[in-house]
Design a protein around this ligand. Structure first.
Ligand SMILES: Nc1ncnc2c1ncn2[C@@H]1O[C@H](COP(=O)(O)OP(=O)(O)O)[C@@H](O)[C@H]1O
Ligand SMILES: Cc1ncc(COP(=O)(O)OP(=O)(O)O)c(N)n1
Length: 270
């Protein structure tokens, strides 16, 4: 019997290895899920920013989706960068082929400020794909974009999470507080209750790929059958440790460091 927990990411690439598909697959591997990937866009980027974007032809996106779902078990999946409405439509038509938790990281721009999604696609994503999600994980600018209101306080984050569920149809919303000052506090509304997940802010510029890593970790935990709250709790720990052990690599904002987390765990075992 096949015992593997299988997780799929549908996202863009990062040749410098810190974000996108590359970060997702590393995270799946670390968290002992069998990782699979469908590429939406090939992105020429590194720690300093995005240089160019080449979108997959829609037919090729559809063929990748079909190739993976017609052959492989999918126990949880996530979407990251989806650049255009046409791509979103292809993913929406494919959704009935999978019965698994869906985590959406509604990636709009890279940390450098470079856009990763066409302006007009944002509303389409919100109105047409968001209602199918088990969990959506916006950072503060993304949550502001979804609800059309400014978010300043933790109270605002709670209201935003609630609104994303009640007005826009996500099953649960996790508003991430990485862009605020002070404690790194994330707020979840799971359809009934508000939960907060908090850690000390780590004083580093090396946070390239934190959102990708966090949503991939949640997806990996869900692929193992872990409950949503437990999956987020474990993933918050994972991403915090990955930021704590982040690399001084590249000339911009360095990437998170996944494998140090595992070494730390190994050291505890020895
Ligand atoms: N400097 C930091 N120290 C500790 N946690 C952080 C830091 N920056 C971001 N985080 C956490 O990393 C995760 C990703 O959040 P965020 O940076 O808001 O997302 P994104 O990468 O999508 O912009 C969240 O759990 C957030 O609280
Ligand atoms: C291909 C691709 N997808 C997503 C992102 C954004 O990733 P994120 O984890 O939010 O990290 P930063 O860009 O904020 O460093 C990306 N850069 N590329």
């Amino acid at each position: 019997m096949n015992q593997a927990a299988c997780a799929l990411t549908i996202a863009g690439t990062d040749p410098s290895g810190g974000a996108g598909i590359q970060a997702d697959l590393k995270t799946f591997q670390e968290l002992k899920s069998y990782g699979m990937s469908v590429i939406t866009s090939v992105v020429a980027q590194n720690t300093t920013g995005v240089k160019d974007i080449h979108d997959m032809p829609i037919d090729m996106l559809k063929k990748q989706l079909e190739a993976v779902s017609s052959d492989m078990p999918i126990h949880a999946f996530k979407t990251g960068m989806i650049a255009s409405i046409e791509m979103m439509k292809a993913i929406k038509s494919w959704l009935p082929a999978v019965a698994a938790p869906y985590v959406m990281d509604p990636v709009m721009m890279a940390q450098s400020g470079d856009p990763l999604m066409e302006e007009e696609s944002r509303l389409w994503l919100r109105d047409n794909l968001l209602p199918y999600t088990t969990l959506v994980t916006p950072n503060i600018p993304e949550a502001e974009d979804i609800i059309g209101e400014s978010i300043q306080s933790i109270e605002d984050m709670k209201e935003a999470a609630e609104q994303i569920v009640t007005s826009f149809g996500a099953s649960a919303a996790l508003v991430k507080g990485g862009h605020r000052k002070g404690q790194a506090i994330d707020v979840l509304f799971d359809g009934s209750d508000i939960h907060t997940f908090s850690s000390k802010r780590i004083d580093t510029e090396n946070t390239h790929g934190t959102g990708c890593t966090y949503s991939a970790a949640i997806t990996a935990h869900l692929s193992h059958g872990t409950s949503l709250i437990e999956a987020i709790e474990q993933s918050k720990y994972f991403v915090t440790e990955a930021i704590r052990h982040s690399f001084e690599l590249g000339q911009g904002s360095g990437p998170t460091n996944h494998f140090a987390t595992r070494e730390e765990v190994f050291n505890k075992w020895l």
